[in-house]
Design a protein around this ligand. Structure first.
Ligand SMILES: Nc1ncnc2c1ncn2[C@@H]1O[C@H](COP(=O)(O)OP(=O)(O)OP(=O)(O)O)[C@@H](O)[C@H]1O
Length: 651
């Protein structure tokens, strides 16, 4: 593919700093790869080139792109800031006595324990995650702790001394364990680079290329300055409109400081978008009309690439998002778009719970970025074992084993003994359990042979939660997974069908190389593109997320999601108890087809036949239960699936 003028200028750039600041899909990453390929062609040894990317996968993909341009193995160094830092520190011998990496869960566990101490009583209501965010922001912004506190956590300012003590304790605790968290790795690397301990990499890498520069933090920029101080050969590409990592200390304004951070730098812009149709670009431009703190740019298609207008789908009781998406996916595939060219994006994983189950049920293979598949989560696996034990006619030994493992007071040795006895033919009723586990096991047995009903499943969840979640953490998100699973079972009503539709499909569709639809958080979709993109929950409280204190970043997230689509873009508006309102970012862009109150009826005289005049698919409404005078645009109905639900009327 031939490069446009500015792309070519960037590729041919000889030395010194250069910034490519341009909108989505304009070929920034492509240009970066072409420059690497040209450098190698012109004789620069590949080992002297360092590509810094946001994820390891992105580095691998970029290497592949370079290989396809150069037609030879690409030995450039490539990876995330963290992975390159870790390897360099290992090489320097600075990781020799490492006691371990303090990852998110270890941090949360430590903080939970610490916050229980009497001395931290006044801040114990604040979630450990908030303190983790605080520590990370301090590291990444290189700001004084008190300043970070006042700028980002105003409600904690009154307890500043306590927060700072907590922070000191955390540092001491890590020192005692000789452990680092992820931010420490970058801080230690920066200090090694500054103190010239790490001369090797700074000298070895003669060309540094950074993708997604808009999401680099101050700490990372300091690292870059030190890495290229001998030659200033740095090329950065980025788009301030796609800055979505402020929680890690990256701000959209930062990209504009490149010229001062790297004096003598050259700037180039790219204007044409090679990815999407004109209709998708117009939509993306409109989403950003009121955006603040960014350099305005308009996306223009590089060619006459026309397509359909982005489509909106309003979910309601009888028009379920999950079913619509599955239908679309099959439809597009029949018309030639493989599964892997179709993506479903969402702001938060909880928006795709039911969709995952529907995809599984319909046998649509999917891969998930930015989070585990619902069915791979350990609490869901444990709960599936309980469901299997309770509702399956036959007892599967594996499910029984998993259930027994959940029983309190049952040690590994006793469990092993029981399992051996069961394998040798011992009857379940003759199992001898220690008293504590006996009680729970009897309770579990009392659920066996019960019918699959809402009440029974709710009781089972209440019974299962203390067994599955042994810590006192907030497990509400995980409990939502269990509810979703049991609702699916209630819908299917038959254990064997549930097993073959859901559990078995999980095993069959777990092949990494297969053609599979992509499910991804918007954050993890950064830098990627697909022929068809569905975006879930275009609602207030979803995007922007509830109580967001950075609405502009939420807007940019939507922009990132929209600009991943090449040909086909569909946005889904939910209509549930939690999500009612259309997102403020698209309200002005949607075709006016909102449900309006049906004026022509008298509430008292309304019955399910007269109601049927107002809904699209009357057959699904079995009985009208209630119409509120306050919200006459919705009615509570009993559906043909025995569910009580609200539906909208159209006038
Ligand atoms: N000169 C060109 N001619 C044709 N296609 C191009 C050209 N430059 C880039 N492309 C194609 O445009 C698409 C977008 O390119 P790329 O991913 O490099 O954009 P980007 O600016 O990094 O996007 P984003 O910031 O949205 O992730 C890719 O499919 C790429 O192959």
């Amino acid at each position: 593919m031939s490069l446009n003028n500015n792309q070519q200028l960037a590729v041919n750039h000889e030395s010194g700093p250069i910034l490519l600041l341009a909108g989505a899909g304009t070929g920034k990453t492509h240009t970066l790869c072409c420059r690497v390929a040209r450098l190698i062609e012109s004789g620069v040894p590949a080992e002297k080139i360092l590509m810094l990317t946001f994820t390891r996968k992105a580095a691998d993909e970029m290497k592949q792109r370079v290989e396809s341009i150069n037609d030879q193995h690409c030995a450039v160094l490539g990876g995330t800031f963290h992975s390159i830092a870790f390897n360099d520190l290992k090489y320097l011998g600075l990781m020799k006595n490492l006691g371990g990496i303090f990852d998110d869960s270890a941090q949360a566990k430590y903080l939970r324990k610490e916050l229980k101490k009497k001395s931290f009583e006044k801040i114990s209501d604040t979630s450990p995650r908030e303190f983790m965010r605080f520590f990370s922001l301090c590291s990444n912004t290189l700001e004084d702790e008190r300043i970070v506190l006042s700028q980002h956590f105003p409600s904690l300012v009154v307890h500043a001394d306590l927060v700072l003590t907590l922070s000191k304790n955390y540092v001491k605790h890590k020192e005692k364990l000789k452990a680092f968290d992820y931010d420490d790795i970058l801080k230690i690397w920066l200090s090694a680079l500054k103190n010239k301990e790490s001369l090797s990499l700074a000298q070895q890498c003669q060309y540094i290329l950074v993708d997604e520069y808009q999401d680099t933090s101050k700490l990372q920029i300091e690292i870059l300055k030190n890495l290229c101080r001998h030659h200033q050969n740095i090329m950065a590409v980025g788009d301030d409109c796609q800055s979505i990592y402020s929680f890690r200390g990256a701000l959209p304004e930062q990209i504009a400081h490149f010229t001062t951070d790297f004096p003598g730098s050259k700037s180039l812009a790219l204007e044409e978008n090679y990815r999407s149709t004109k209709q998708i670009l117009d939509f993306a431009n409109s989403c950003m009309i009121d955006a603040k703190n960014i350099i305005p740019k308009e996306l223009r298609p590089a060619s006459d690439c026309e397509g359909n207008e982005p489509d909106f789908f309003y979910s309601s009781y009888y028009k379920k998002t999950e079913k619509e998406i599955c239908r679309d996916i099959f439809d597009l595939r029949t018309k030639g778009t493989p599964f892997e060219q179709q993506a479903i994006l969402y702001r938060s994983s909880m928006h795709c719970l039911y969709l995952e189950l529907e995809l599984t049920r319909q046998g649509i293979p999917y891969k998930k970025y930015g989070g585990k598949k619902i069915t791979d989560k350990s609490h869901v696996k444990k709960f599936s074992a309980l469901l299997s034990y309770v509702f399956s006619d036959e007892i599967h030994i594996l499910a029984l084993q998993q259930c027994l493992e959940l029983m309190p007071g049952l040690g590994i040795k006793t469990l092993e003994k029981i399992l051996t006895q069961l394998n040798e033919g011992l009857e379940l009723k003759d199992i001898n359990l220690p008293l504590k586990s006996q009680v729970s096991f009897e309770q579990l047995n009392s659920f066996r042979k019960m019918s699959i009903s809402k009440n029974n499943l709710e009781d089972l969840i209440a019974f299962a939660c203390p067994l599955i979640f042994k810590d006192s953490e907030d497990n509400s998100k995980k409990i939502k997974d269990l509810n979703a699973l049991s609702e699916e079972l209630r819908r299917i009503q038959n254990w064997d069908d549930f097993f073959s539709d859901i559990i078995l499909n999980i095993e069959l569709n777990n092949d990494d190389d297969m053609d599979a639809v992509v499910l991804s958080t918007i954050h993890s979709a950064k830098g990627k593109e697909w022929q068809s993109v569905h975006i879930l929950a275009i609602n207030e409280n979803a995007i922007p997320i509830q109580n967001s204190n950075n609405l502009e970043e939420e807007r940019r997230l939507l922009y990132v999601a929209v600009t991943r689509a090449k040909q086909h873009l569909k946005l889904y508006v939910e209509n549930s108890k939690e999500l009612k309102e259309v997102s403020r970012f698209v309200k002005h862009l949607i075709p006016q087809k909102n449900p309006t109150p049906a004026m022509a009826f008298n509430h008292q005289s309304l019955n399910h036949q007269s109601l049927n005049q107002y809904v699209n698919t009357p057959a699904e409404v079995q009985e009208l239960v209630y119409v509120s005078e306050n919200t006459p645009e919705t009615a509570l109905v009993q559906s043909d699936m025995d569910e009580l639900t609200y539906i909208p009327f159209y006038d």
